[in-house]
Design a protein. Structure first.
Length: 116
């Protein structure tokens, strides 16, 4: 399991991915959690897409999965850049943040009444 919402599955030796997908979808069809959860299979194989849909699961093409991963990765990078900019902007508000770490440590000791 990668996240609460994403699970990457590997097959056993001598087991095909198609047979694993079909078994998982068949098991899901009988599972009462199907009303609150979704199974989405990434496959570009048309026969597999029809099989998955017949079991009540969803599918996306491998190409679409790749696009979704790339878009999500870019959104995360943008958000991280924004947070870093905000962090830098807020740290510049205080004069003490402009001091080197040694001076900051000495001032902290003075503030706490400690002497060397």
């Amino acid at each position: 399991m990668i996240t609460r919402s994403l699970c990457v599955c590997y097959t056993e030796p001598r087991q095909t991915a198609d047979s694993y997908i079909e078994k998982m979808c068949a098991d899901f069809r009988q599972d009462s959690r199907k009303f609150s959860q979704r199974i989405i299979v990434a496959t570009s194989d048309r026969a597999q897409q029809l099989t998955v849909g017949g079991y009540g699961a969803e599918w996306i093409s491998a190409q679409r999965l790749w696009v979704e991963v790339e878009l999500t990765t870019e959104q995360i990078r943008r958000k991280q850049r924004t947070l870093k900019k905000q962090e830098r902007a807020s740290s510049k508000r205080f004069l003490a943040n402009a001091l080197d770490p040694v001076a900051q440590a000495r001032l902290a000791k003075l503030r706490l009444g400690q002497t060397d």
